[in-house]
Design a protein around this ligand. Structure first.
Ligand SMILES: [Zn+2]
Length: 132
């Protein structure tokens, strides 16, 4: 029988869920204070508060994909239920869902970008592996 020991020295100093929540709030995944974005979608090179480098991120099309996934899965059933239950005028229904879809997409896109960058930071992906 071999002597198995558990290495307790390797502790995760970047827990994923707290980082995702901070990222979704468009805050730095490390400190949770500094803003992660400048403008609407541009990621800052580094955090203004703690100095964490953020330019390593490779969010690419991930936030847009997640936004489409979420908005589609939220509004498609709502579209079905609205049509079956209330049968509003076609123009009324189009206007409500067009505005709702656009507003929800614009709301979610920067938040999901922050969450994707925070996920990459928490998992030490793409140059985020260095401790700062
Ligand atoms: Zn920070």
């Amino acid at each position: 029988m071999t002597d198995q020991t558990i290495d307790t020295t390797t502790e995760n100093d970047r827990p994923t869920w707290p980082a995702l929540v901070k990222g979704f709030r468009c805050r730095c995944p490390k400190c949770g204070e500094g803003k992660i974005l400048k403008g609407y979608l541009k990621v800052k090179d580094s955090c203004d508060t703690c100095g964490q480098e953020l330019f390593h991120h490779r969010a690419d099309d991930g936030p847009a994909y997640l936004t489409i996934l979420l908005v589609g899965h939220l509004l498609a059933p709502a579209l079905h239920v609205t049509y079956v239950e209330w049968r509003p005028e076609p123009l009324t229904m189009f206007l409500i869902f067009a505005i709702g879809c656009t507003a929800l997409s614009l709301f979610l896109l920067p938040r999901l970008k922050g969450a994707v960058v925070a996920y990459q930071w928490a998992r030490r992906m793409h140059g985020f592996e260095k401790a700062q």
